[in-house]
Design a protein around this ligand. Structure first.
Ligand code: NAP
Ligand code: MG
Length: 405
């Protein structure tokens, strides 16, 4: 069989620990035998980040900007313990944070659904994709405790030193807590564009919710910005595709989400997205089945798994023990990136390959062959067998070969 050709390189970002092991298995078993894989490789493994003083992360992000599409393996975000473990000269920043800052993107997370694992919410039939605005709000807030009587004020001084705003927040008669939050128009605008763009891309409705009835300036700004951008830039395209943009109060959104069948994107402010994405992913079953894509407002894409490097499994792997780590989300990162590359370059074979790879994964799971984490989640009565990671990947390969023949 002739291998599938690529034109523009796909930016490949390798990573750490168990996911690095899985990365190679996926390439060896599921990609290289079938595709003339054209990637520009960046090693974001911690050792290489240390060696290059993290330059490699920046180079990878700029390559993503240049070529448009990347696929990323999970990476370690160093903490104190990792600094010792890897003998680091610095506590390098989270690669995901660096890449997100350069691409100015929004993260979309969606679960992979299979018949034998039913979501905890009975009526959910299609994935719910959560878009989290990962900038500002409580995550960048200034806050403190006050211990005595006194007055708290919110003051704004413009760049010429003129005080343009002063208002009492609260006259404290006792101790208490205070917090100052902000967000930027430019970031909200980028968030909105990424959301509309991704809705068009995946042909799904877009929901957006805030608490604008209570927060009449802050949340209201989010609501008005989205509406404005929708009317100006996306309304026509949405109508053409038969998809809708729907704004509602977050309380109402929560109720509707639970009663829905799924199959849409739910855009959330930073905190709402943090909390709701954990709730939604747990209700759908498993972090190991959660995909993630970073979409920039000008249409650049970075595909990855939502989970981390699965450290506990890696330490067992190093001891020579058998591991059954779920590669699904990492495989879908590859299929997502290859499909997007194929769409952008007009390579129908590559797009078809991505579809067949995903179908082969689902067929394997439907045949009851799965990693350990999923066996515990399947419906009663389903015949499921736990295999190790390589056996699972080889079972996918068998099915893929038949589809491609
Ligand atoms: P994690 O790697 O997601 O793993 C947490 C636990 O979830 C695992 O121990 C495992 O549970 C289960 N799990 C996650 N993915 C799985 C998979 N594919 N198959 C089977 N089980 C899976 O999170 P973590 O242990 O908190 O973080 C480990 C490292 O990853 C950290 O250094 C962190 O900085 C990094 N991280 C990176 C990213 C990223 O690059 N996007 C995201 C998050 C974390 P059991 O052990 O019970 O089987
Ligand atoms: Mg969270």
């Amino acid at each position: 069989m002739e291998k599938i050709k690529m034109t523009t390189p796909l930016v490949e970002m390798d990573g750490d620990e168990m996911t690095r092991i899985i990365w190679k298995m996926i390439k060896d078993e599921l990609l290289l035998p079938f595709i003339d894989l054209n990637t520009e490789y960046y090693d974001l493994g911690l050792a290489e980040r240390e060696r290059t003083k993290d330059k490699v992360t920046f180079d990878a992000a700029y390559a993503n900007q240049k070529y448009g599409v990347s696929v990323k393996c999970a990476t370690i975000t160093p903490n104190k313990q990792r600094v010792e473990e890897y003998n680091l000269t610095e506590m390098w920043k989270s690669p995901n944070g660096t890449i997100r800052a350069i691409l100015d993107g929004t993260v979309f997370r969606a679960p992979i659904l299979i018949d034998s694992i039913k979501p905890a919410v009975r009526n959910w039939k299609k994935p719910i994709t959560i878009a989290r605005h990962a900038y500002g709000d409580v995550y960048k807030a200034t806050e403190y405790r006050v211990e005595e009587e006194g007055k708290a004020e919110l003051v704004y001084t413009n760049k010429d030193g003129k005080e343009t705003f002063r208002e009492t927040v609260y006259d404290f008669e006792c101790g208490g807590v205070l917090q100052g939050q902000y967000n930027k128009d430019s970031s909200i605008v980028s968030f909105a564009h990424s959301c509309f763009q991704y809705a068009i891309d995946t042909k799904q409705d877009l929901w957006f919710s805030t608490k604008d009835t209570i927060s009449k300036k802050y949340d209201q700004t989010f609501k008005l910005t989205f509406q404005d951008i929708y009317n100006k830039d996306y309304k026509e395209k949405f109508e053409e595709l038969g998809i809708t943009y729907f704004y509602t109060l977050i309380d109402d959104a929560v109720a509707r989400v639970i009663r829905s069948e799924g199959g849409y994107i739910w855009a959330c402010k930073n905190y709402d997205g943090d909390v709701m994405s954990d709730m939604v992913s747990t209700a759908f079953g498993s972090l190991a089945m959660m995909t993630s894509v970073l979409v920039s407002p000008d249409g650049k894409y970075e595909y990855e798994a939502a989970h981390g490097t699965v450290t506990r499994h890696y330490y067992r792997f190093l001891k020579g023990e058998e591991t059954s780590t779920n590669p699904m989300a990492t495989i879908y990162a590859w299929s997502g990136a290859l499909r997007k590359r194929g769409e952008l370059d007009g390579l129908s074979d590559l797009v078809a390959f991505a579809d067949k790879l995903e179908e082969s994964c689902i067929d394997t799971l439907n045949d009851g062959i799965m990693t350990k984490d999923l066996v515990g989640l399947v419906e009663k009565g389903v015949n499921a067998r736990a295999v190790n990671t390589l056996e699972f990947i080889r079972a996918i390969r068998e099915r893929l070969e038949k589809k491609l023949a």
